[in-house]
Design a protein around this ligand. Structure first.
Ligand SMILES: *Cc1c(COP(=O)(O)O)cnc(C)c1O
Length: 399
């Protein structure tokens, strides 16, 4: 027996490219390099004061020395139920909710309890980096369907029909999308939802950016579109993005009671409850004042508008104007050609080393012509970063 060999499961797994890119930028910064990082998907605001206070109180009241129920403290699960009712007019029972260590772990649990070997999950590309790896870790098969730039990076029912098979178990939807910032309209979601119902597929709806919407775009949770769609939808959401709480690690899943119970049983063996203090903070986030959310949304919208303009002036770049989330996802194929790069990973590496700007390669999102820039950074940083990218490209162009 080769004791130190890694399992097949470990060997087929790839680390998160976004976390790796941000770690690399941080290392260079720590070495004293003047690196501007637009890598990471975390709001750059402090967690709102009222939420901080709720956490402090929980510590003072001693709410930390015991395990909470695995699925979360009842008051937080109730807060999730109320939140869905108040925001989206969706009625759920507490037993249809689970609180998890971030939305990422909710997705992980879901795929683990949903998929058997070779079950397929349809994932529109470009996609958030963890979906495909989590499906693979559950012995499932990610089936990619390319959302075309010309269709605003959204897939159509006829495309889905083409990749459907007898083994298709679920379809993943993330609107607003990380990395593209695009939002499906109500009509588009209705069509996809009805198709999923007709084919008895589980709809995994990652709604985590539902509060960061710009211009006249509208966010529709797919579960609101009919009872039949809702019955087959598992909603994934959390407090990380909406309340600038990425470090607190609180997410949740909502939907079919049997699936939620299985996720809870798995969590009880894997991690037990999410951090108690964070759960108390999350109650305040969901049920306290929502003022700070709108403040952050406005700040993101202003940064998006400006950065979108600045980026449009970089030679060769084409970029769709985001409708939500906090990323820009420019197509840099022509820019790379201008600069003499074939592979987007080489381009991203050169931007980091030569221009001191860290962005994320589109490859991890299944999009080898693109890079992802997060505008969860202040305006001065964004302006300077795009300036550096532009200079970098212009210099290469002249050579
Ligand atoms: C950030 C993110 C998540 C995970 O968020 P958590 O911090 O784990 O709650 C899930 N989906 C998408 C698309 C994200 O960008």
């Amino acid at each position: 027996m080769k004791r130190m060999e890694l399992s097949k499961r470990a060997l087929k797994m790839e680390p998160s490219v976004t976390l790796a890119a941000s770690a690399k930028a941080k290392t260079l910064k720590a070495e004293g390099k003047d690196v501007l990082s637009l890598t990471v998907g975390e709001p750059d605001f402090a967690t709102p004061k009222n939420i901080q206070e709720a956490a402090k109180k929980a510590i003072e009241f001693g709410e930390t020395s015991y395990y909470t129920p695995t699925a979360g403290i009842p008051a937080l699960r109730q807060a999730v139920v109320d939140y869905m009712q108040d925001n989206y007019d969706l009625t759920y029972k507490v037993s249809e909710t689970i609180i998890t260590n971030g939305a990422k772990f909710a997705l992980y649990l879901l795929f683990q309890v949903l998929l058997d070997e070779e079950d397929e999950v349809i994932i529109p590309t470009p996609y958030w980096v963890s979906y495909s790896e989590q499906v693979k870790l559950a012995d499932g098969v990610p089936v990619f369907v390319e959302a075309l730039e010309d269709n605003d990076y959204k897939v159509t029912v006829s495309q889905l029909e083409q990749v459907k098979s007898a083994k298709t178990k679920a379809i993943l939807l993330n609107s607003p999308s990380n990395p593209t910032g695009m939002i499906y309209t109500k009509e588009e979601l209705q069509a996809i939802g009805e198709w999923a119902v007709a084919n008895q597929l589980v709809i995994v709806a990652d709604d985590i950016y539902g509060h960061f919407i710009y211009g006249d775009a509208e966010f529709t949770p797919i579960a609101t579109l009919s009872d039949a769609i809702r019955a087959q939808t598992i909603i994934i959401n959390g407090v990380s993005k909406t309340y600038s709480m990425t470090g607190w690690r609180i997410g949740f899943a909502i939907g079919d009671q049997k699936i939620i119970r299985a996720m809870t049983d798995l969590a009880s063996q894997a991690s037990s409850n999410p951090t108690a203090v964070s759960q108390y903070a999350a109650i305040e986030a969901l049920s306290g004042s929502q003022e700070s959310v709108e403040v952050m949304r406005q700040a993101f919208e202003e940064r998006m508008e400006k950065t979108y303009q600045w980026l449009s002036e970089v030679p060769g770049i084409t970029v769709r104007k985001p409708q939500g989330a906090f990323y820009l996802f420019p197509n840099v194929r022509e820019t790379m050609t201008i600069c003499g790069y074939e592979d987007v990973n080489d381009f991203v590496e050169a931007l980091l080393v030569e221009a001191n700007v860290a962005v994320v390669t589109g490859k991890g999102f299944g999009a080898p012509d693109n890079i992802r820039l997060s505008y969860a950074a202040d305006l001065a940083t964004l302006e300077e970063a795009v300036k550096r990218i532009k200079h970098f490209v212009e210099k290469k162009q002249q050579k």
